[in-house]
Design a protein around this ligand. Structure first.
Ligand SMILES: *[C@@H]1O[C@H](CO)[C@@H](O)[C@H](O)[C@H]1NC(C)=O
Ligand SMILES: *[C@@H]1O[C@H](CO)[C@@H](O)[C@H](O)[C@H]1NC(C)=O
Ligand SMILES: *[C@@H]1O[C@H](CO)[C@@H](O)[C@H](O)[C@H]1NC(C)=O
Ligand SMILES: *[C@@H]1O[C@H](CO)[C@@H](O)[C@H](O)[C@H]1NC(C)=O
Ligand SMILES: *[C@@H]1O[C@H](CO)[C@@H](O)[C@H](O)[C@H]1NC(C)=O
Ligand SMILES: *[C@@H]1O[C@H](CO)[C@@H](O)[C@H](O)[C@H]1NC(C)=O
Ligand SMILES: *[C@@H]1O[C@H](CO)[C@@H](O)[C@H](O)[C@H]1NC(C)=O
Ligand SMILES: *[C@@H]1O[C@H](CO)[C@@H](O)[C@H](O)[C@H]1NC(C)=O
Ligand SMILES: *[C@@H]1O[C@H](CO)[C@@H](O)[C@H](O)[C@H]1NC(C)=O
Ligand SMILES: *[C@@H]1O[C@H](CO)[C@@H](O)[C@H](O)[C@H]1NC(C)=O
Ligand SMILES: CC(=O)N[C@H]1CO[C@H](CO)[C@@H](O)[C@@H]1O
Length: 461
């Protein structure tokens, strides 16, 4: 194995933090305006769209989280709105929009108009060939609610509605750079249970339009969201969110001695989800470089192309990394897999379980905890991507980092691992299954329809 040990430890640290900290899953909501039709491949429109999406995040002069840019002429003109949640730092905002730009073209290929609320509404990206600046839109609307638990509130409706309406006044009066407000209210007459709220409009709206948009969302609360511990309602022009603990960055900090509330245990939001989307984002150029020097190796981690053909590349390192990853997550080297004595068995076993949708069975019992199982499953998924036979299909380390840090990126379906011992068929499962989720009810066609309130996300927890 040729990876510098420091790099391995760095990756392991990242991995473990991924496993242990229980990073909250992020949800994406997309809306492809199917009725607007498709643009033609290689058209001027596509060029304009690519140009503007790729340059959006280069506008470092913007520090208030709102991006409104156009590119092109006449019917090929593309208008883009990018909006970050009011507490997101400029750098983070640009990163969010950059990731959104990649994701939106995957989720809504060839669409003339599309919307994406990315990373649990951390940022919004909306592009169209029609004028969208300063236009108030409340359609389409979506909501996410966490019904896993109920808010301990005897006065929910009144408290939340009052809070949201108060916040609306503050947000609507914001200037053309930011229309955003957060605050909290006591949600019970008898005990101090707080509810924290956030409202935001795209700042290109007038004060009146901002209020109207927010009101359209607030008025839906009684019918959707009473006593939910968290709800998010989004519209193209505005969004609202409340939760039973603080979820936004308070600046300035009220009390520097009180440390920021620790992120609460991740909370499953209710949803209906699409299947893992088609994703060729991570196909990387195969590295053709042969290493002529001596390659230090460790049996069990060597890539098949090295063992069989002496070919060595960065993708061989990725293979080794994938083996390591699967070992960590399974807590096994290989001996407990009865089929043999080689590390191949771990890969075959993991792959087989993955295909059967029972990958959860290979997880080390000490990691088998519902609250982190999605992270663990993602690690298995990534591990399997790394040990694929065709090195073209293995991700690069940079991509692995991205996969680990951005839960909203959907991953390709791994093909058979190298050494897959009992290969009779190469057919892939028609759908991805995490094998542990009873919630994974899915109806893609329903999502693609223009129904209000359908929810899409990529990585639920
Ligand atoms: C647009 O493209 C999508 C996917 O590329 C396809 O499913 C859809 O039928 C196309 N729509 C039209 C109106 O051509
Ligand atoms: C688009 O352009 C690329 C590069 O010019 C070309 O390889 C490709 O075949 C074109 N695709 C279509 C559908 O015209
Ligand atoms: C809580 O207080 C509000 C305002 O005082 C009142 O309207 C409401 O009925 C009370 N709710 C309960 C459950 O006591
Ligand atoms: C809303 O604002 C009014 C007037 O400023 C204030 O009396 C009330 O306590 C506020 N309610 C909430 C829930 O913040
Ligand atoms: C873009 O947004 C800024 C800030 O809200 C505003 O001043 C400007 O007029 C907008 N540009 C367009 C083309 O709407
Ligand atoms: C993924 O893409 C391939 C090739 O582009 C296509 O044949 C397949 O139907 C797609 N699968 C899904 C689920 O969209
Ligand atoms: C890499 O190794 C293969 C097989 O040993 C050989 O055919 C190829 O020419 C080598 N490529 C380079 C760039 O040395
Ligand atoms: C599962 O993880 C959560 C959060 O890390 C922890 O509080 C809980 O005790 C764990 N449960 C088990 C059974 O280990
Ligand atoms: C590996 O995958 C690439 C792209 O998917 C393909 O062109 C190539 O033929 C594959 N190589 C092997 C050995 O299957
Ligand atoms: C999915 O949605 C379509 C259209 O809304 C419907 O016809 C179909 O029965 C649904 N399938 C499932 C499995 O719910
Ligand atoms: C690579 C590796 O760890 N191989 C081990 C697999 O399990 C057998 C039996 O326990 C060991 O002898 C190998 O060293």
């Amino acid at each position: 194995m040729m990876i510098p040990m420091a790099a391995i430890f760095c990756m392991l640290a990242l991995l473990l933090s991924c496993l242990i900290s229980g990073t909250r899953a992020e949800y994406n909501i997309k809306y492809c305006y199917q009725k607007k039709g498709n643009y033609t491949i290689n058209s001027t429109f596509q060029n304009n769209l690519n140009t503007i999406l790729s340059t959006l995040s280069s506008h470092t002069e913007i520090n208030y989280g709102f991006y409104n840019f156009s590119y092109g002429q006449n019917s090929d003109k593309v208008n883009v709105i990018g909006l970050c949640r009011g507490d997101v730092k400029p750098d983070e905002c640009r990163g969010c929009l950059k990731d959104s730009a990649v994701t939106i073209t995957q989720l809504c290929p060839n669409q003339r108009e599309a919307l994406l609320w990315f990373n649990t509404v951390k940022c919004l990206l909306h592009y169209s060939n029609r004028p969208i600046f300063g236009v108030m839109e409340t359609y389409p609307g979506f909501k996410m609610t966490n019904t896993n638990n109920v808010m301990e509130s005897d006065n929910f409706n009144q408290a939340v509605s009052n809070l949201m309406r108060n916040l609306t006044v503050v947000a609507a009066s914001g200037d053309s750079r930011r229309k955003y407000a957060t605050g909290r209210a006591i949600a019970s007459n008898f005990t101090t249970v707080y509810v924290y709220g956030l409202v935001q409009c795209t700042p290109d709206l007038s004060e009146k339009d901002c209020s109207l948009c927010l009101e359209s969302a607030i008025s839906e609360i009684p019918s959707c969201c009473v006593n939910t511990i968290e709800s998010i309602l989004v519209r193209p022009s505005c969004n609202i969110r409340f939760r039973n603990d603080i979820f936004y960055d308070q600046t300035p900090k009220l009390d520097p001695d009180v440390t920021a509330p620790s992120p609460s245990p991740p909370s499953p939001l209710s949803y209906t989800s699409p299947e893992g989307s088609n994703n060729t984002l991570f196909k990387e150029e195969e590295s053709k470089k042969n290493s002529s020097r001596q390659v230090p190796t460790t049996h069990g981690y060597m890539a098949p192309e090295y063992i069989m053909h002496g070919q060595f590349s960065v993708k061989s390192d990725i293979f080794s990394f994938g083996v390591l990853l699967l070992e960590i997550v399974s807590g096994q080297k290989n001996s407990s897999f009865r089929r043999g004595e080689n590390v191949e068995d771990l890969l075959s076993f993991a792959w087989r379980k993955w295909r059967e949708g029972t990958a959860v069975n290979i997880v080390d019992p000490s990691l088998n905890n519902n609250s982190i199982i999605n992270e663990v499953m993602r690690c298995i998924h990534i591990g399997l991507l790394c040990v694929q036979e065709n090195l073209t299909d293995r991700p690069t380390m940079a991509t692995v980092m991205l996969m680990l840090s951005s839960y909203s990126l959907s991953l390709p379906i791994p093909s058979e691992p190298a050494f897959y011992a009992h290969s009779t068929t190469r057919s892939l499962p028609a759908t991805l299954s995490w094998g542990h989720s009873s919630r994974a009810t899915t109806n893609k066609s329903a999502l693609d329809s223009e129904n209000e309130n359908s929810i899409t996300e990529l990585y639920p927890r």
